[in-house]
Design a protein around this ligand. Sequence first.
Ligand SMILES: O=C(O)c1cc(C(=O)O)c2c(n1)C(=O)C(=O)c1cc(C(=O)O)[nH]c1-2
Length: 429
Amino acid sequence: MTATPVRDDGGAAPWGTAEFTERLRAVAEDRYHDRHPFNVRMRQGELTPAELRRWIINRFHYQRHIPVKDALILAKFDDPALRRAWVRRIQDHDGTAAGQGGIERWLRLGEAAGLERPALWDTARVLPGVRLAVEGYVNFCRLRPALDAVAASLTELSAPGLMRTRIAAFERYYPWIEAEGLAYFRTRIGQGGRDSEEALALVQGWARTREQQERAVAALTFKCEVLWALLDAVDSASDSLPTGTADGVSGDALSVVSGGAPGDASRLVSERVLGDALSLVSEGVPRDASLLVSEHASGDVSAFVSERASGDASPPASERAPEDTSPLISESASGDIPPGAVSPGPSDSVASPRVRGPAQRRPRAARDVAGGDVASGASGAAAQAGTSGAAAQAGTLGVSMPAKVPARHPGAPVQTDTPVVPGPAGSPP
Ligand SMILES: O=C(O)c1cc(C(=O)O)c2c(n1)C(=O)C(=O)c1cc(C(=O)O)[nH]c1-2
């Protein structure tokens, strides 16, 4: 790395492309979840069938939200060529017809491991920490500028190598998982390599100032922490712990927290819901990045929240979805009500986890911030918010609903319009 040149205005000069790229790759190398003890045990053949099934169920929650976050990113692009390129990611996961795509392949992985499809679709079985990590990522991509959201996807630079190792480990140590179940991982080797190289080119082109480059590095660091936190939750799960609570509640809380929603919005939510948790979480958000959210999102968010706070903007009850309309409910509704999933799947027996020291489980950045504490604080808030009678209402509509349907906290912000950005040839997002 070179010494930092200083511009005339006192700001640091941008890194050259090679140094910027090296810094991004260094983040992935230092903090990627291939180093997480759960992944280490997976590749060493040490996971029990119950642990692997727990991972498959919880990772599915991540998988099913990838196209959701990609749709949020797509909506930021003004350039048709860029949208055409990005929409392929959604198709990779959703397929272009029923029975295709990555989500389908992950469901088949579940079946190959003895899990019925409803067990994967059932969000009530998702661990609270996994729910928070995934919603943190989705909301990061919802609230941040395109540069940050695309940079966050750069963990995929490291994914193909992990896939190859995982396939070899599954074939060697977990032969009880039928071989065709590994199609998901095989397909991702090519897709992940292509996606990450495309995303890297975009980020290199967009991040022209040092500040933008640092934002990209911070976004990638955040994403590594998302993946790490997800595995922490899976690794430390125990039969005695409850699984997830209301999707919308925890998600809305986290959208404020991880997205760094500014001004009125964070004050309102922190007073009403999060209390100390908010201050803990905001420590975990890269500082530079949260400043940027304020730049881009503050107007929209505060306008919305003050409307909500005054009460004037609430739609009449007849216009509301059961209990309340939450972007997070609708975001995950497609999965909550999967085609043909009328009942929860069989319960997977989850083996008692091994006990490990907490310090062992997180990369440096995650140990230094309060992510774990926040997760429990935010999920506690979520749990208090309760559930609704939406299932009963949905019954009258002839659709199956999960037993628990989340209520959204009235003070939580909804989706904000992030600025639409031009393609690579335009000015940076
Ligand atoms: O199994 C893994 O370790 C792993 C990691 C990642 C990643 O690095 O974000 C992704 C995936 N898998 C994956 O399957 C996938 O579709 C994917 C999309 C993205 C993304 O951020 O856009 N990451 C990943």
